[in-house]
Design a protein around this ligand. Structure first.
Ligand code: NAD
Ligand code: DAU
Length: 330
């Protein structure tokens, strides 16, 4: 197959590009190279003759019309992906996460692409105090980010309903691993700890996330692409529930740093308290997450420790301005 992956220079996208090549297929990587897109993330495959790169915005219809020509499937991962940035600048999010999704979806339909996979998030369900979200639960997004992702999901489901398009949606939980931009909890706290900088815990730190390693998230998307039923949604969760404080303590242990680095700061507005996913449906297609949380977190800390040349340049320039806006007054 020739698979078009959008956002392939990002965190999950770059891992998914490697998975597709390892499975013996061709990849076209479409990426706008926003602040989160890093060509270094795919440097190891850039010379593979089965890999090609298109520098474009998924909201550019003409560019998407050209990019989708001759591909068998589209996996749409390109997104503005950070909740805190969506709170600072909500208008930026629908442009990619809703409009961009609608544009590349339309281009795929016009070209007769076989399958369109929309990579979505558990955050579209909102927060759940106990139990686990199922795919049939209502969409109740709480942040500008998750509202935009929900809008993308609805565009994709509408294309199935209206045109009979072959679409599948995955809703992944909090993902971690190598090459994650150091604005998200785990890479931010690991890199801050390595630099003896404060770890800014929002509020009481007792919010719960359902963590999944990036390799397990990617095999989940791959399973949905290959085995999923058209028009269906599949939750992709690791089942590793942990409070932010627990994750913080583990990071301090693994980096050998003191808990005096922990700084409780003002909470995120509208902060979802807990996410948890029921993954029975995807497991029914033969998928299961394989990583142990303890080992995968230790491996992730080891990766950031060994790859300061990857993250130190990121934590300057645009990042510093963002960091000051986000944390300066907290
Ligand atoms: P990321 O921020 O690391 O990467 C996003 C990529 O998309 C970047 O390479 C960026 O340049 C590209 N991009 C952004 N806007 C674009 C546009 N208009 N056109 C083309 N490319 C564009 O994101 P990530 O964490 O790897 O997330 C990937 C996808 O998975 C997103 O759709 C996100 O909503 C979803 N998701 C992420 C997580 C998580 O915990 N990281 C969990 C569940 C779902
Ligand atoms: O659940 C899936 C989602 O997970 C994805 O769709 C998003 O793309 C991804 O960013 C992530 O969203 P979260 O908001 O859950 O992730 P983040 O890493 O920003 O925050 C995780 C938890 O840690 C959350 O409860 C907020 C808290 N946090 C985060 C940061 C950045 C802090 O306490 N301090 C921080 O500085």
């Amino acid at each position: 197959m020739k698979i078009l992956v959008t956002g392939g220079c990002g965190f999950i996208g770059s891992q998914f590009v490697r998975l597709v090549l390892d499975e013996g297929h061709e990849v076209v990587n479409v990426d706008k190279l926003t602040y989160a897109g890093n060509p270094e993330n795919v440097a190891d495959v850039a010379d593979d003759p089965r890999y090609s790169f298109v520098h474009a915005d998924i909201a550019d219809h003409e560019a998407m019309r050209q990019a989708v020509a001759g591909v068998d499937a589209v996996v749409n991962m390109a997104a503005e992906s950070h909740v805190d940035r969506s709170i600072l600048d909500p208008a930026a999010f629908p442009m990619t996460d809703v409009v961009g999704t609608a544009v590349i979806l339309g281009a795929a339909r016009e070209a007769g692409v076989g399958r369109f996979v929309q990579v979505s998030t558990d955050e579209v369900y909102g927060s759940i105090p106990s139990g686990q979200f199922r795919e049939t639960d209502p969409l109740q997004p709480s942040s500008p980010y998750s509202a935009s992702k929900a809008g993308g999901d609805l565009q994709v489901l509408a294309a199935h309903h209206t045109y009979g398009m072959d679409v599948v949606i995955t809703r992944g939980s909090n993902t971690f691993g190598p090459r994650q931009y150091p604005e998200k909890l785990i890479p931010l706290f690991v890199t801050n700890a390595l630099e003896d900088q404060p770890l800014p815990v929002y509020g009481d730190g007792l919010q719960i996330r359902d963590w999944i390693h990036v390799t397990d998230h990617c095999t989940g998307i791959w399973t949905a692409l290959r085995e999923g039923v058209a028009g269906e949604v599949y939750n992709v969760g690791g089942g590793h529930e942990a409070t932010n404080l627990h994750i913080t303590e583990r990071i301090l242990e693994l980096t050998g740093k003191d808990d005096r680095l922990v700084t409780h700061v003002a909470d995120r507005p509208g902060h979802d308290r807990r996410y948890a996913l029921d993954t029975t449906k995807l497991r029914g297609l033969g998928w299961e997450p394989r990583s142990s949380m303890d080992e995968a977190l230790a491996d992730t800390v080891a990766w950031y420790t060994a790859h300061s040349a990857w993250w130190k340049p990121i934590k300057s320039g645009e990042y510093r301005a963002y960091y000051e806006t986000q944390y300066g007054d907290r």
